[in-house]
Write a protein that binds this ligand. Structure first.
Ligand code: N01
Length: 485
C-alpha cells in the first residue's frame, strides 16, 4: 500500500525516464515527470542529423517490455527510434504525466523524505523521492579552436543540425571522426559540392551492413513474438555479454577478434595505401567506442570527399586553416565533437541536507554508489549515473537494470517502511576503490588511446567488470549498505 500523498519526481522524459515511469506506474506509485523540452525522446529528439541511426541493433535497442516487430532496419534510423519511444509513452499513458517545457533548475532537500523542485515554470512543490533520468550524452561540446566565432558561413554542433541549410552546392567541413561524424559523412557526401573531414585521431571501424527487414520477417515477428525474444537474447549475449567482457579484460580472444575484423574492414575497403595509412589508428580496437559502419570507407573515397589530418590551426571567415598554412574554404562547419558525459543533471543545482551541493561534490569527478545513488543525498536516485556500463551495449537494458533496483527502494519508501534511504559512505568508497582498481585492466586504459570516457582526474566513466556482474549487483538492494531510517 502506498503511503498517502507519497509522490516521486522523475527528471527527464527520454528513454530512461519513460521506462522509469512505466515501472512506477506498474507498482502504482504516483509520479510526475519534468521535461525541459516540448516532446519526449531525449537524445533521439535532439539529434536529427542526416544519417542518424543507432549502432546497437534495433531488436536489442528496445525496452524488454515493448518488443517491436516493425523495425524497418537491423539498425534503425533515429526518427524511427524517436517514434518508438513516443509510442510507448503514448500507449502506456505516460505522456499525460509529463510536465513539458519545465527545465529543472533546483532540487533542494527540505526535511526528512521531502525534496522541493523548482523549474523554469516556478515552484513545483515537494516530492518524497527524486529520480534523475537526465541521460548521459546531452551536453554538446564545442572545440576550443581559435577563431570559431570568425567563421562567415553557417556552423552548428551535430546535435543541433540546422535544417535550413541546403546541402546542394555547399562545401561542408566536419570536425571529428566519432560515431556521429562517420554517420553524417556518408549521408551527405553525394548531396553536397564537397566535404572535408577534419580528423584528429583515426578510428577503428567494424563494417556491419544495415539491411532492411523484409515484410515477411516483420510478419513472422508479429505472429511469433518469441522469435523477437530469442533474437533479443542472442543480441544481448553478443553485445552486452561477450563484447562487454572483451573490453574489460575478461575475453582476450574476443578483443583480438574485434581488432582483426576492424583491420580486415580497413584493408578490404580502403584501396589507396596512403589513405589507408592515414586512416589506421595506433591504439587497440575497442579503446575508443567502436564505430559501426559499412558506409564510411566508401564515402571518404568519393571524389568530393577530403580527409584532412593536418592539425587545425584556427577557424577564419573563409573556413578552416590547418597548421601547414592551407585554408580549407567552407560554407558550413559541423562540429561533430561529442558530448560531456559528466554533465548528468547539470546545469540544475542539487542541494542536500545541511546545504551540501552535489554540483560542488562532483566538480572534478562524479562518484556514486553502484551507479544509482550518492551518500548524503537520501531518496535521490540515478538512472545512468556514474560508472553505468557505457560502450557498444544497449543502454536501455542498462537503464532497466537500474530501474528495477531503484523501484525496489522506492517501493519501501512508498510503503512507509522507511522515510529515507541513503547509501553509506563506507559502501560507496569500497565500491569506488574496487572500480579504480579494476579499471586498470580494461581496454579503455590499456588500449593506448584517449577518449570522452575520461574525467578531469583520469577516472573512466564506464563499468570495469562484466555486464553479468552489473546485473547481479543491482538485482536486489542490500539494505546493510544503506542508512535506512
Ligand atoms: O563524439 P565523440 P560523437 N579538434 O566524442 C574530435 C554516441 N553516439 O558525437 O578522437 C579536432 O566520439 C575527436 O577527436 P579525438 C556514442 O556513444 C551513438 O561522434 O578526441 N577534433 C573525435 O573524433 C558515441 O561514442 C550513436 O582526437 C576534435 C570527435 O571530435 C558518442 O555518442 C551515434 C576536437 C568527437 O567524437 C559520441 O559520439 C552517434 C578538436 N578540438 C553518437 N575536439 C549511435 O548510433 C574533439 N574532436 C547510438
Amino acid at each position: 500500500m502506498t503511503r498517502k500523498s507519497f509522490r516521486v519526481a522523475i527528471i527527464g522524459a527520454g528513454a530512461s525516464g519513460i521506462a522509469m515511469a512505466v515501472s512506477l506506474q506498474k507498482a502504482a506509485i504516483p509520479f510526475v515527470i519534468f521535461e525541459r523540452a516540448a516532446d519526449v525522446g531525449g537524445t533521439w529528439r535532439d539529434n536529427t542529423y542526416p544519417g542518424l541511426a543507432c549502432d546497437v541493433p534495433s531488436h536489442l535497442y528496445r525496452y524488454s517490455f515493448a518488443p517491436n516487430p516493425d523495425w524497418t532496419h537491423e539498425y534503425s534510423p533515429g526518427a524511427e527510434i524517436h517514434r518508438y519511444f513516443r509510442g510507448v509513452a503514448e500507449t502506456r499513458g505516460i505522456l499525460e504525466r509529463v510536465r513539458f517545457s519545465s527545465e529543472v533548475l533546483r532540487i533542494a532537500y527540505e526535511e526528512a523524505g521531502e525534496w522541493r523542485i523548482e523549474t523554469t515554470q516556478g515552484d513545483q512543490g515537494q516530492f518524497n523521492a527524486v529520480i534523475l533520468a537526465t541521460g548521459i550524452l546531452h551536453k554538446p561540446v564545442l572545440p576550443q579552436i581559435e577563431g570559431r566565432d570568425d567563421f562567415a558561413g553557417v556552423s552548428f554542433h551535430s546535435s543541433k543540425w540546422n535544417h535550413d541549410v541546403q546541402l546542394a552546392g555547399k562545401r561542408f567541413g566536419i570536425i571529428g571522426t566519432g560515431s556521429t561524424a562517420t554517420q553524417i559523412l556518408p549521408a551527405i557526401v553525394d548531396k553536397v559540392a564537397a566535404v572535408s573531414l577534419f580528423q584528429r585521431t583515426p578510428q577503428w571501424i567494424i563494417g556491419v551492413p544495415n539491411n532492411p527487414f523484409p515484410e515477411e520477417k516483420k510478419a513472422a515477428f508479429r505472429e511469433n513474438p518469441e522469435k523477437m525474444q530469442s533474437l533479443y537474447e542472442y543480441l544481448n549475449d553478443i553485445f552486452n555479454q561477450r563484447f562487454a567482457s572483451a573490453l574489460v579484460g575478461e575475453n582476450d580472444e574476443g578483443l583480438a577478434e574485434i581488432a582483426r575484423l576492424c583491420r580486415e574492414n580497413l584493408e578490404k575497403n580502403v584501396h589507396d595505401p596512403e589513405l589507408r595509412r592515414r586512416l589506421t589508428p595506433s591504439y587497440q580496437a575497442g579503446c575508443k567506442r567502436l564505430i559501426v559502419s559499412d558506409k564510411f570507407y566508401p564515402a571518404i573515397q568519393r571524389p568530393n570527399a577530403h580527409l584532412v589530418d593536418t592539425p587545425i590551426q584556427r577557424i577564419e571567415a573563409g573556413g578552416v586553416r590547418t597548421k601547414d598554412g592551407k585554408l580549407h574554404e567552407l560554407d558550413v562547419i559541423v562540429y561533430a565533437t561529442g558530448f560531456d558525459p559528466f554533465a548528468f543533471f547539470r546545469p540544475a543545482e542539487i542541494v542536500g541536507p545541511g546545504g551540501a551541493s552535489l554540483n560542488e561534490r562532483w566538480k572534478d569527478s562524479c562518484r556514486a554508489y553502484r551507479s544509482v545513488a550518492v551518500p548524503g543525498f537520501p531518496n535521490l536516485f540515478f538512472v545512468g549515473g556514474p560508472n553505468s556500463p557505457i560502450g557498444n551495449f544497449s543502454y536501455l537494458r542498462t537503464a532497466e537494470v537500474q530501474i528495477g533496483f531503484i523501484e525496489q527502494l522506492v517501493a519501501e519508501l512508498a510503503a512507509g517502511t522507511y522515510k529515507e534511504l541513503e547509501p553509506t559512505q563506507e559502501a560507496t568508497d569500497k565500491f569506488n576503490a574496487e572500480i579504480t582498481s579494476a579499471m586498470k585492466d580494461t581496454v579503455w586504459v590499456t588500449g593506448g588511446c584517449t577518449s570522452w570516457y575520461y574525467d578531469k582526474q583520469g577516472n573512466v566513466v564506464s563499468w570495469p567488470w562484466t555486464y553479468a556482474r552489473f546485473e547481479a549487483g543491482l538485482k536486489h538492494p542490500r539494505l546493510e549498505e544503506f542508512h535506512a531510517r
